[in-house]
Write a protein that binds this ligand. Structure first.
Ligand code: FES
Length: 121
């Protein structure tokens, strides 16, 4: 077994191995005192957001339904809240509903098979 040493990128926190995440699902995680949701799409895209739905504050987003939508001619990954099915873009957090508040999303980097998450503020 070889170990790859990686310096912590500035402003990012190591979360888990990419292999810890099943394609097409989200998982809840505890990162520096905050509950976050981390997602792996069927196309192996990695995203992270607050675990709280902006609609009600319910801690449910990791159990949401991953999907995608075509926006301005481009496919973007989405997450639907499991409670009332409000849909959010995973790249920007924007709500696709008419007047919904945005989901707080965090940058994700994959380095050496590990996921690094932008430290939530
Ligand atoms: S709790 Fe998320 S849309 Fe209602």
């Amino acid at each position: 077994m070889t170990t790859q040493l990686i310096d912590a990128p500035a402003g990012l926190a190591e979360l888990c191995s990419t292999e810890d995440l099943e394609a097409g699902w989200g998982e809840a995680a505890w990162l520096q005192g905050r509950q976050i949701a981390v997602y792996r799409t069927e196309a192996d895209g990695f995203y992270a957001s607050s675990h709280h739905c902006p609609s009600t504050g319910a801690k449910v987003m990791a159990r949401g339904i991953l999907g995608d939508a075509t926006i301005e001619g481009r496919r973007v990954a989405t997450i639907a809240c499991p409670l009332h099915k409000e849909i959010y873009r995973l790249d920007t957090g924007d709500c696709l509903g008419a007047q919904g508040a945005a989901l707080n999303v965090f940058g994700v980097q994959e380095l050496g098979g590990r996921l690094w998450i932008e430290v939530p503020r």
